[in-house]
Ligand binder design. Structure first.
Ligand code: PMP
Length: 392
């Protein structure tokens, strides 16, 4: 990326850490072989794969590395968790609980499952995006086989009370799946302490390579495989393994363990300076998401009387890359389904800007946004017929 671009869209795509690429290169340039082969070349690949699996397991504190199944990414992990658990546990019930602020890959998989007789009940969240625990208690029944709730929201940054959610879910012997894409590698995540049965883990969201991800599946959890073949990955995900990708994800996990707390403390200070600077200098601007239970790198702010997409394009012209919501659904031009579920009115939601920081941001990036954004918001408001006279 050219030097002058300020990149604050790490929730949409993140840079692969150069140290990750260095760890992968030998497995692309020098070593090759099928991890299932019994010869030395195959065994070398197998051992690299298993080391990577152990590294991902350590990051989330899985009891055994075999509880980590490599996939092609978070979308596939979400599919494997939801479809795999639903189809394998049909004999126990047909109800699945979720919230309306889940990622589109979760929401659309749930919609698909309704074609097969599964019923999805949506538990409300409050205006910060936090799950209403009382509503969850009331919604869960003896027919509930699975509850899926994201660990932290990728758009508004709100971190759920997963431990408390787990207690409610397990009181009815249902499984808890959490899409932890936005959280793993950014904040401490512990599948044992959190009481999670299945957890979606992304690679690129923690500066690892694209084309690989993982699903943590607690030992004993009943899951039907989606991809049938040679029985790799414990029979849950057949196909010759992506060893260079796994090695990269393993390295990303190792770096996250070593650097998570320093990254988080640096980024949360930058995030706070960004949020405070915006709220102080731009009238009619409001924070989306929870003020404290919040991912360290997430700043999501809405501006009355402006349109998020116009803000994104205007900032791009100034060399600043941000987002108006989740890149996965931003093509629709609809306001963010997350903000709508949090009770924010359509027009207000449409004026939102998601700035997600990452390991490679510098303090100057925050200075630049704080210098440029007030002028852009003011300019757009002056052009908008919706802006009251006293504001523009
Ligand atoms: N879940 C969440 C919470 C996400 O933010 C994303 C995208 N970053 C995904 C799932 C899907 O990830 P991918 O597109 O890499 O499959």
């Amino acid at each position: 990326m050219s030097q002058d671009i300020v990149y604050m869209d790490y929730a949409s795509a993140s840079k692969t850490d150069p140290r990750v690429i260095d760890a992968m290169l030998p497995y692309m340039k020098e070593y090759f072989g099928n991890p299932s082969s019994p010869h030395t070349s195959g065994l070398r690949m197998k051992s690299a794969l298993e080391e990577a699996r152990a590294s991902v397991a350590r990051l989330v504190n899985a009891e055994k590395p075999t509880e980590i199944v490599f996939t092609s990414g978070a979308t596939e992990s979400n599919n494997m968790a939801l479809r795999g658990v639903a189809f394998r546990n049909k004999d126990r019930g047909n109800q699945i609980l979720a919230t309306r602020i889940e990622h589109i890959s979760v929401l659309n998989t749930l919609k698909y499952l309704t074609k097969f007789g599964f019923e999805v009940t949506y538990v409300p969240v409050d205006s910060y995006g936090l799950v209403d625990l009382e509503a969850l208690k009331n919604a869960i029944t003896d027919r509930t086989i699975l509850v899926t709730i994201g660990y932290a929201n990728n758009e508004v940054g709100t971190i759920q009370q997963i431990r408390e959610i787990s207690e409610i879910v397990h009181s009815k012997n249902a499984y808890l799946h959490t899409d932890a894409t936005a959280a793993v590698g950014k904040i401490p995540v512990d599948v044992l302490k959190d009481g999670v049965d299945l957890m979606t883990i992304s690679s690129w969201d923690m500066y690892g390579p694209y084309g690989i991800g993982a699903l943590y599946i607690k030992k004993g959890t009943r899951v039907e495989p989606l991809i049938i073949g040679g029985g790799q990955e414990g029979g849950l995900r057949s196909g010759t393994e992506n060893v260079p990708g796994a090695v990269g994800m393993g390295k990303a996990a190792e770096l996250a363990m070593a650097e998570m707390s320093s990254d988080a403390s640096r980024l949360s200070k930058m995030r706070d300076r960004l949020i405070e600077g915006i709220l102080k200098n731009i009238p009619y601007s409001f924070l989306n998401g929870h003020p404290t239970r919040r991912l360290p790198h997430n700043a999501n702010v809405r501006f009355s009387f402006v349109e998020g997409e116009s803000l994104v394009l205007s900032l791009d012209m100034e060399g600043i890359a941000v987002s108006s919501g989740s890149a996965c659904s931003s093509k629709t031009l609809e306001p963010s389904h997350v903000l709508i579920a949090m009770g924010i009115p359509h027009v207000e939601a449409q004026g939102s800007l998601l700035m997600s920081l990452g390991r490679f941001n510098k303090e100057e990036d925050v200075d630049r946004v704080l210098e440029v954004l007030p002028r852009i918001v003011k300019g757009l408001r002056e052009m908008s017929p919706l802006t009251p006279k006293e504001v523009s």
